[in-house]
Design a protein around this ligand. Structure first.
Ligand SMILES: *[C@@H]1O[C@H](CO)[C@@H](O)[C@H](O)[C@H]1NC(C)=O
Ligand SMILES: *[C@@H]1O[C@H](CO)[C@@H](O)[C@H](O)[C@H]1NC(C)=O
Ligand SMILES: *[C@@H]1O[C@H](CO)[C@@H](O)[C@H](O)[C@H]1NC(C)=O
Ligand SMILES: *[C@@H]1O[C@H](CO)[C@@H](O)[C@H](O)[C@H]1NC(C)=O
Ligand SMILES: *[C@@H]1O[C@H](CO)[C@@H](O)[C@H](O)[C@H]1NC(C)=O
Ligand SMILES: *[C@@H]1O[C@H](CO)[C@@H](O)[C@H](O)[C@H]1NC(C)=O
Ligand SMILES: *[C@@H]1O[C@H](CO)[C@@H](O)[C@H](O)[C@H]1NC(C)=O
Ligand SMILES: *[C@@H]1O[C@H](CO)[C@@H](O)[C@H](O)[C@H]1NC(C)=O
Length: 440
């Protein structure tokens, strides 16, 4: 692991008292808690840059016996048309239902995806039920466009698409990479590069780039280290985003997200906001409610975009809030089990547990860009994901090593009910993205 939590925030020349306060604030916690903000591990911790081509060994574990227990809610339907009725007025992708469909799902094999991350590769790490891979999202009144990796790569030819945000956005990035890489069987024609906060996937034949850039709080913060960011006290810098923006300002398509990092883990959790700088002698630290911190970050981000983005070139998306399923009592389960052993979605129509107001806030800020002619679309995937209590890795994942037997027996501490198994729910988020890019 890298020792420094955040060079920018720790190497400040400041009055000793204030500096030591700041230093103690950025000291990161090493407690392996039940939290939710997991980070991925692996070589990128030790080596700043890793280039990979390898194909991991397939480890197929077909759980045939589980097929008998299938509760088929509806007969599998035929594949939807290539050209959807997506433009129809009444069509609203965000409201619909999950349909069990083991013919058209999954869209790829996670065991065969060269670039999947071990904390999302649930079937590889012991998850035996496979139904979670077989659900298709069916909007009311229309069909989602049928995903075609070749057509997407054509669309991305000579372009750069970047996901910017936290580990949920990275989850979506991994999903998209797996969705397209299967259509490039020759390993010499694709590559993944880790370079600090940036992870880059390239499809050489198309000169297409699909990147992920780590910045969980959108503006600069003491959580900007892609590996070591579990700081106890989060501090954002209200007026600093340039360092991040330099990593994606030239992109053709940008998908931002930000949600779980602004939620409170305990009632008195607040966000520290730093204004000004020590260099200029106007440094000032304030504490605000988490949600107010979110607005400060949104304001800075959208101001930056309105002043700097080329509206003729760049298309902007905001990915909606990704719900967590850490409180089983929300659907009648036992809280200490979290979402462990959940094998089916919540069937209650209109089930909503996520905080939908954060997305509304985000849209009100991004909406100001539309007045300036910059197009912004929201991937409103919150409700469909809210139903999917069965979609999370729980204990079937590799953190630094696969979880021990004792850890696996302790879901309250070790079940991840925040991220999503792949193949799985984020594949649908990417079908939304695909639909917008191709048809809207
Ligand atoms: C989709 O439906 C939801 C719920 O009725 C509504 O809030 C949302 O604005 C609709 N979106 C569009 C694009 O019509
Ligand atoms: C799909 O599900 C149906 C209904 O449970 C089952 O009969 C069939 O064998 C399954 N097909 C595959 C390919 O798993
Ligand atoms: C995907 O798109 C390509 C290029 O347009 C086309 O040749 C191919 O038939 C499509 N694949 C499917 C399964 O529709
Ligand atoms: C390759 O793609 C990049 C964008 O990622 C673009 O800047 C560059 O011009 C492209 N190269 C060619 C030869 O078109
Ligand atoms: C890694 O990122 C740095 C900037 O952060 C850049 O200067 C460097 O060229 C990148 N390396 C590669 C191999 O992309
Ligand atoms: C964007 O496109 C419009 C119309 O095609 C053109 O008038 C304008 O100069 C372009 N702006 C930039 C910054 O390229
Ligand atoms: C989950 O399922 C496993 C295997 O069926 C079982 O051993 C374990 O007790 C279950 N755990 C909970 C919390 O239900
Ligand atoms: C997102 O969709 C849900 C319905 O699924 C709706 O209730 C909510 O208002 C929508 N949010 C936004 C910001 O469009």
């Amino acid at each position: 692991m890298k020792p420094e939590a955040n060079p920018k925030m720790t190497i400040l020349s400041s009055p000793v008292g204030l500096r030591s306060i700041i230093n103690s604030l950025v000291a990161f916690s090493i407690i392996v808690s039940s939290v939710t903000l997991l980070f991925y591990q692996g070589q990128e911790g030790q080596v700043p840059m890793v280039i990979e081509h390898e194909h991991p060994k397939m480890q197929v574990q077909m759980a045939a016996e589980h097929h008998e227990q299938l509760r088929v809610t509806e007969a599998p339907v035929p594949l939807t048309a290539e050209l959807p009725d997506a433009r129809k007025e009444e069509c609203n992708w965000s409201t619909g239902r999950w349909v069990y469909d083991n013919l058209s799902r999954p869209l790829y094999s996670g065991l065969k995806c060269s670039f999947i991350f071990p904390e999302l590769s649930c079937d590889k790490y012991g998850r035996k039920d496979v139904m979670y891979q077989h659900w298709r999202w069916q909007p009311y009144g229309c069909d989602l466009p049928r995903f075609n990796a070749t057509r997407l790569l054509e669309k991305l030819r000579n372009k750069r698409l970047v996901f910017v945000g936290d580990s949920l956005n990275r989850n979506q990035w991994v999903s998209l990479v797996c969705m397209v890489e299967a259509s490039i069987p020759d390993n010499r024609l694709k590559m993944r590069v880790f370079n600090g906060s940036l992870i880059s996937f390239k499809a050489f034949e198309y000169n297409a780039t699909v990147d992920f850039y780590w910045s969980p709080l959108l503006v600069e913060s003491n959580s900007d280290d892609p590996i070591v960011h579990r700081v106890e006290y989060r501090i954002i810098r209200a007026d600093r985003i340039e360092k991040h923006a330099n990593a994606w300002r030239d992109a053709d398509i940008i998908i931002f997200n930000s949600y779980v990092w602004w939620r409170k883990h305990k009632a008195d959790m607040r966000m520290k906001v730093m204004y000004g700088s020590f260099e200029n002698g106007d440094a000032r630290l304030e504490e605000v409610e988490m949600v107010d911190g979110f607005e400060i970050a949104l304001k800075k981000l959208t101001e930056w975009l309105s002043e700097n983005i080329d509206k003729n070139k760049t298309r902007i998306f905001f990915a909606g809030s990704s719900p967590t399923h850490s409180w089983a009592s929300n659907w009648g389960g036992v809280d200490r089990n979290k979402c462990l052993n959940e094998t089916e979605p919540i069937y209650k129509v209109g089930y909503k547990e996520a905080d939908y107001s954060m997305m509304e806030k985000a849209m009100s800020y991004f909406g100001t860009l539309e007045q300036k002619g910059i197009r912004v679309d929201i991937l409103n995937i919150t409700e469909l994901s809210d139903y999917r209590k069965d979609g999370h890795p729980t204990v079937f994942r590799k953190q630094f090593a696969p979880l021990t037997k004792e850890q696996m027996a302790s879901p309250a501490s070790y079940a991840d009910c925040t991220h999503w198994c792949l193949p799985g729910v984020p594949d649908v988020w990417n079908e939304f993205l695909y639909g917008y890019l191709m048809y809207k």
